[in-house]
Design a protein around this ligand. Sequence first.
Ligand code: 5GP
Length: 200
Amino acid sequence: MSKRGLLIVLSGPSGVGKGTVRGAIFKKNQQFSYSISATTRPMRPGERDGIDYFFKSREEFIQMIDQGKLLEYAEYVGNFYGTPLDYVNQMLDEGQDVFLEIEVQGALQVKEKMPDGIFIFLSPPNQDELRLRIESRGTEKPELIDERLNKAKEELELMKHYDYVVVNDTVDNAVHRIESIILSEHLKIKRVLKEINDNE
Ligand code: 5GP
């Protein structure tokens, strides 16, 4: 059997900069795969179906749940978000490291199902910074900004279930920290021995 990839789960409150950090990691590291999520959230300006998300109706999403097509899913500020299972398994089987960028409830479901995953929590340097980032993004209505900030507080409380915390003080720092985590995880003795055993 060839080497199986690592599942890397990146979470963190809305506005913390997960997308930016992930984008910077992918620019430097072409070997990673990104699992595109399905969502019932309306498309934001500039987003593209099949690139940013697979945009689904509520009925379509519920059908995906019923057919067991999602590794995990969660409702977040009134919309469903979920990870298509087949893509993740296929990439891991091909030996590719796969990134999931998902909220905390979903990440905890993944941890139950795939405990070998690497769970990284991206945290803001401070709370004020979060509000500033969500407001300056300008994509959310004011009432939804407060809802997202409340959610952020809940998420910070669940940080303890993760393996690593990375502070996003600057994108470069966060990228460097995450790359170091992934490298170390690949070098862990239990993984290296498993690869040797699988190849024998
Ligand atoms: P946004 O609406 O800002 O794109 O995403 C809202 C939240 O949903 C973010 O924390 C994002 O990481 C999370 N999210 C995106 N895709 C998924 C997914 O497939 N599953 C889960 N559980 N959360 C997701």
